[in-house]
Write a protein that binds this ligand. Sequence first.
Ligand code: U2P
Length: 259
Amino acid sequence: MASRICLLLLVVFLAGAFAGDVIEVNKSQREFDYFALSLQWPGTYCRGTRHCCSKNACCRGSDAPTQFTIHGLWPDYNDGSWPSCCYRSDFNEKEISTLMDGLEKYWPSLSCGSPSSCNGGKGSFWGHEWEKHGTCSSPVFHDEYNYFLTTLNIYLKHNVTDVLYQAGYVASNSEKYPLGGIVTAIQNAFHITPEVVCKKDAIDEIRICFYKDFKPRDCVGSKELMSRKSCPQYVSLPEYTPLDGEAMVLKMPTEREAL
Ligand code: U2P
């Protein structure tokens, strides 16, 4: 009798422990609510460039990007938080080798640093974005190729640089533009409110958001626009003057420094 009770208690204990695990796993990898396509303004990012290396697009001289480039496609929650590093998937650049031209052009790294991967190592910008965000984009994406391909496609379909250009907001080191005007230009083009992130008064990033079927929707952070949390009322879109060839060579770290 006693052994039967023990067995019963063991079964109840294991069932409880197992159920607890399942709840925990589901909780930490709860399905996301929407996507944020985060775009970075190279003029703001690149002016912080202190030294050059081949992978840094700020170092491409006159070919340095002059349009918003992709930072990432991020699965987000409606409460303002987001999941990250959802499962172990070591980035394999070979899987996206056919997308390289587009990635180099529209989704380049703007720094020489190697961001950390989910398992603590150091890797490429793309590897970081895939491991941290791409792995949390299920059930929409299950593999690198579709994640990067779709991100490139929605970026090309929503040309924020052109929308701002058409409204008269162009790169300048002297002009300041009303934040409200920039937001309105994007609202008129895509019928949604973006999130705008600034570094002091310079636009650093613009995020446009999408439902899981890629129909545009408001970003959760767009509400913060009203409280002017990140950006002042007048903002700039700095022009980036690339380091000239000679300066670049002088500032290029030795191989030892780069390691
Ligand atoms: O905003 C600072 C960094 O936080 C991460 N972030 C921000 C907003 C969001 O919706 N999701 C998100 O992940 C970004 O981290 P990263 O991808 O660069 O590692 C962002 O740079």
